[in-house]
Design a protein around this ligand. Structure first.
Ligand code: CU
Ligand code: ZN
Length: 173
């Protein structure tokens, strides 16, 4: 085999190795912290699919009440100050606070998360309007109450921030 062929083959190998490294991740596991106790209470696994992003919680915290809890992607990259450092809802186009399936809503508005009577959350929610690259480095907030999916009532996003996760930990595909 001519020498230049070794060269060409090795460059092809290097090219494919590099492009494999530069793939954007298809999933992230974010660690969830209770904002009062500061304890780690579980994870939210975020997976990119052809239907959008699936947020799969695996959380146990007996201090979280049974029922539906407001859940959003917030702009900030910090959970400090009882979650206030997470800032406002991720919002690409100056839209309004509403249900996730309403096209005019904040991009970070997600369906409510369900916690059972033992403080377990394991039912996934879907957003068909987000990609992982949009939300990396931002945060997830879980609220004390149910999100009414409207701008019109006080505390409509679910009120007090009770748990927070930074969307940063990259895992293998
Ligand atoms: Cu929120
Ligand atoms: Zn919102």
């Amino acid at each position: 085999m001519p020498k230049y062929l070794y060269y060409v083959l090795s460059m092809i190998f290097v090219f494919f190795s590099l492009s494999a490294c530069q793939d954007t991740p298809k999933n992230i596991t974010a660690t969830v912290i209770n904002l009062s106790s500061k304890n780690v209470i579980g994870t939210i696994h975020i997976k990119e699919t052809k239907y959008g992003l699936i947020f799969q919680p695996s959380i146990t915290d007996p201090h979280i009440q049974q029922g539906l809890h407001g859940f959003h992607v917030h702009m900030g990259s910090s959970c400090a100050q009882q979650g206030q450092a997470a800032g406002k809802h991720f919002n690409k186009n100056k839209t309004i606070h509403a249900a996730n399936w309403y096209e005019e809503s904040h991009a970070g508005d997600l369906p409510n998360l369900y916690f059972d009577k033992n403080g377990h959350a394991n039912l996934p929610v879907l957003s068909n309007r987000l990609q992982l690259q949009d939300i990396q480095g931002k945060s997830l907030i879980i609220h004390d109450h149910t999100d009414s999916y409207t701008n019109h009532t006080h505390g409509s996003g679910g009120g007090k921030r009770i748990a927070c996760a930074i969307i940063a930990q990259v895992t293998s595909i």
